[in-house]
Design a protein around this ligand. Structure first.
Ligand SMILES: Cc1cc2nc3c(=O)[nH]c(=O)nc-3n(C[C@H](O)[C@H](O)[C@H](O)COP(=O)(O)OP(=O)(O)OC[C@H]3O[C@@H](n4cnc5c(N)ncnc54)[C@H](O)[C@@H]3O)c2cc1C
Length: 445
């Protein structure tokens, strides 16, 4: 493959993993990233010199592709496993939700409802046909197995948390996938939940992987937004960046589909339209920096619909606080439907609204222990795939010759997470490696 030049557009975990696989095979790879750093959604912010994940990120004990990359990047010694706990906030009360005993005693549900909820979790482990799940509306599947009472009490608020107002038209795959992924973290008869974190966040992997890439000849360009993917006679000719066209044998986009659509004025209209109509949830994710621990849980799920944020994620119950200057980090996320006007709220408005509810939930928490409140947000986070649109998942090999793509829309029915993204990046790389010999033949002709 030596001599074949490939531009990777986007320096998130997908882009960096792709660069790693392709450069190992001798491709000349250049990565273009719009932002100041690599990492995209898995990037960091600096706080008093410490690197903090912009968004909470955990690696599950079952995330083997991620763990392999961590090992190959030489940062395995910075990966730590911790037993974590979760809870539920319901009707002003906090309940643990970890062991089979917690489950059997879970007060918001009666005994029969708890049994049906357990049945749903077990059902998801035994059902392996995602195509079947894709044809069932999520509400129908959950009500059928768990019953209406459990749906209203547990599933409906969780769906609201993840999908905002768009949950009605999504297929059962979304909860099915999540249940299967989460059960992969449970170990032993006590069902202890094991998760991992990297010291100084996910970016530790991205940085180490990028170094490996550089040693393999990859060039990274930061603050380099691609303005156009240039197509000539139905084939990719290169990328336009800073007003200049840089020629490449092939281009791989890792961008969210609607962003890619805007960079392809010369692509077939039908393909561009398919990319442009893909919808994504955004996220509004304030981070509270505290002097003291708030809760013993990594995540507290919230069933109270009057609270704007949908979970309390205290990452320092996973991460050792000594890795983040001794602070305690609490993320208060809210996923946003494309039309949710909260996306336009200024940070101050978010703070006022969020803190009003935080104080109501935790009346005993001492205000003097709050150090900071930092709002993070992102527009393209989780793709929404409504029922019956499976055919609209774009292919790795696009209709434009030598233009390839890989993004979280395409990893369906898996969910957007580092494990699925890095596995998919390997798949995209395989396709490029398979096709490249034909490029050389054509060039020789
Ligand atoms: C709140 C939250 C919590 C999460 N929690 C977890 C978790 O616990 N575990 C887990 O595994 N995953 C988690 N994820 C998901 C994970 O962050 C994503 O799946 C992953 O980062 C997606 O990587 P990507 O490379 O596909 O996309 P992105 O990270 O979106 O990367 C795309 C990149 O393209 C760049 N770009 C855009 N336009 C251009 C352009 N014109 N030119 C050049 N570059 C451009 C962007 O700046 C960005 O860096 C979480 C995400 C969020 C938001």
């Amino acid at each position: 493959m030596r001599g074949s030049s490939v531009a990777v557009v986007g320096g998130g975990i997908m882009g960096v993993t792709l660069a790693y696989h392709l450069s190992r095979q001798g491709f000349n790879v250049t990565v273009y990233e719009r932002g100041d750093n690599l990492g995209g959604l898995a990037s960091y912010m600096l706080y008093e010199g410490a690197r903090l994940d912009r968004f909470y990120h955990t690696i599950l004990s079952s995330d083997l592709s991620m763990q392999r990359l961590i090992e190959e990047s030489g940062v395995k010694d910075r990966l730590h496993f911790t037993a974590t706990k979760q809870g539920f906030y319901d009707n002003g009360q906090i309940y643990p939700f970890n062991t089979p005993v917690d489950f059997l005693l879970f007060p918001p549900l009666n005994l029969f409802q708890r049994f049906r909820l357990g049945l749903q979790v077990i059902y998801a482990q035994f059902e392996s046909r995602w195509e079947k799940m894709d044809e069932i509306p999520v509400e129908d599947w959950l009500v059928k197995v768990s019953g209406r009472g459990v749906y209203n009490k547990v599933w409906k608020p969780l769906l609201r948390a993840k999908f905002d107002s768009t949950s009605e038209n999504v297929p059962a795959t979304y909860i099915w996938s999540r249940l299967r992924r989460m059960m992969g973290t449970r170990e032993g008869v006590t069902s202890t939940e094991m998760m991992c974190y990297l010291e100084n966040g996910y970016y530790t992997l991205i940085e180490a992987l990028a170094r490996r890439c550089e040693a393999q000849g990859v060039a990274f360009h930061l603050r380099a937004p691609i303005e156009e993917i240039v197509i000539e006679n139905g084939r990719v000719a290169g990328v336009r960046v800073g007003g200049v066209v840089e020629p490449y044998d092939a281009v791989i986009s890792t961008l969210a589909s609607p962003i890619l659509a805007n960079l392809l004025p010369e692509a077939p209209t039908g393909f561009r339209a398919m990319l442009a109509k893909q919808q994504y949830l955004g996220v509004l994710c304030p981070l509270l920096i505290l002097k003291k621990q708030l809760l013993p849980y990594y995540v507290l799920n919230i069933t109270d619909e009057s609270i704007p944020f949908t979970a309390v994620v205290e990452t320092t119950n996973l991460i050792d606080p000594q890795h983040v200057k001794g602070y305690h980090l609490v993320y208060l996320p809210k996923y946003l439907a494309p039309d949710n006007e909260m996306a336009n709220w200024p940070d101050e408005q978010v703070k006022t609204e969020w803190m009003k509810h935080f104080r109501r939930m935790f009346p005993a928490f001492n205000e003097a222990d709050i150090v900071d409140f930092i709002v993070q947000r992102a527009r393209y986070v989780e793709p929404i795939r409504p029922m019956g649109t499976r055919d609209e998942i774009p292919p790795i090999k696009t209709p434009v010759e030598r233009l390839y793509m890989g993004n979280t829309v395409m990893i369906y029915p898996e969910l957007g997470n580092g494990e699925a993204v890095t596995r998919f990046a390997a798949k995209v790389a395989e396709q490029v490696i398979e096709d490249a010999p034909a490029w050389e033949v054509k060039q020789a002709v």
